[in-house]
Design a protein. Structure first.
Lengths: 253, 116
């Protein structure tokens, strides 16, 4: 299809979509005037009922935990998808890791980048753990903290090299975190079924709002999801790195 | 009443879609999809907004304080996760397309002929 034909086709289809969007937007509540009874009820209930001061985490890991279970399995499926897409194909071999591009050598990482990266690894991991652990009190939680933790692993690649990154985060450990996290979240949900009779029921003592070890199963869910997200993102990042650094086309004999 | 957030959300959908339709590079196409997806974050957050209300965090204020809707914010978190995973999968596909055809231009990709 010619670019011009495609553009005019897009204008027609886009016009129809625009009309549909305007029609849909007309039915939305006015900006700043939302009256969602469910949300307002949760805002009032989650601190007294669950000792959770971050209502979004209470929604994600307790009131609507079932949806988060689905979300976690989306991530799990994506990790499996990326892994199978980036496997070693026929006609490829794995070589020694090498930063290069066709026709040129990549200059060595500068000392400034290496030192800054190295200095950032510790604080990044600490912030990640903090965000996961305090998800039920302040903004954050397993998803956000998990991404920060995976960034910590990527920083080791930036400040050293690929092999060092693999030593700091061996594939077996990353896979273990991913599996344990995903399974752990399901087990917490099943715990509700066994101990309280309802799937995803918060079956642990609630405690007083504001303390670290409160809110029953919510912090546990955060840790499980944090592990799964750290594992999942670290796995995807190392798959992409492996793809660019070690996969070589096998020479035709 | 302000309609600006909804206008921006619609704008992001169209500018992203336009980028996808006219894209000459698969990486650019994936980024355009991410731009398009960001409109759904904005739309969700603007729907749940309430004038004069604070964030649904009650660590230092009374739980009776008026706060915006937490459910759409939780949905936005799901949305971000889905967006990231879709981006990762598409980038993996782009890597394989580049390996097989030596190009990232979607116009130059041809259907695979069955090998006999």
């Amino acid at each position: 299809m010619k670019p011009a034909t495609r553009r005019s086709l897009f204008l027609v289809a886009g016009g129809v979509l625009f009309a549909a969007l305007i029609w849909g937007f007309a039915g939305l509540p006015d900006f700043g005037d939302f009256n969602g009874a469910y949300g307002q009820f949760l805002n009032g209930a989650s601190t007294p009922e669950r000792a959770t001061t971050d209502v979004i985490t209470a929604v994600n890991f307790d009131y609507r935990g079932f949806d988060t279970l689905g979300e976690e399995f989306i991530l799990f499926a994506a990790v499996i998808g990326v892994t199978s897409l980036l496997r070693t194909l026929r006609g490829e071999r794995e070589g020694a890791p090498d930063d290069d591009a066709p026709g040129r050598r990549v200059p060595e990482t500068s000392l400034a980048v290496r030192i800054t990266g190295l200095l950032l690894v510790g604080p990044t991991v600490l912030v990640g753990i903090y965000i996961v652990a305090h998800g039920h009190q302040t903004p954050g939680g397993g998803f956000q903290g998990g991404v920060i933790l995976a960034t910590g692993l990527l920083l080791t690649y930036l400040s050293a090299d690929y092999l060092t990154m693999r030593r700091v985060g061996p594939t077996a450990l990353i896979e273990l975190a991913e599996g344990l996290g995903t399974a752990g979240f399901v087990l917490i949900a099943l715990g509700g079924l066994v101990f309280a009779g309802v799937f995803f029921e918060n079956f642990l003592p609630i405690g007083t709002a504001g303390r670290l070890l409160t809110a029953g199963t919510i912090p546990l869910g955060n840790v499980a999801v944090g592990l799964a997200v750290t594992g999942g993102f670290a796995f995807m990042l190392s798959e992409f790195l492996q793809q660019t650094l070690t996969k070589r086309r096998r020479e035709v004999r | 009443m302000s309609v600006l957030p909804y206008v921006v959300a619609a704008w992001l959908v169209f500018i992203g879609l336009y980028g996808i339709v006219t894209s000459r590079n698969l990486l650019h196409l994936v980024v355009c999809l991410a731009v398009m997806q960001s409109s759904s974050y904005l739309l969700l957050l603007s729907i749940g907004y309430i004038d004069g209300a604070s964030a649904p965090m009650f660590s230092d204020v009374s739980p009776k304080t008026k706060a915006v809707d937490p459910v759409v914010q939780a949905l936005t978190l799901t949305d971000v996760v889905v967006g990231t995973t879709v981006t990762a999968l598409l980038l993996a596909l782009a890597v394989q397309a580049h390996k097989r055809y030596g190009t990232l231009d979607p116009d130059e990709l041809r259907p695979e002929r069955p090998q006999g």
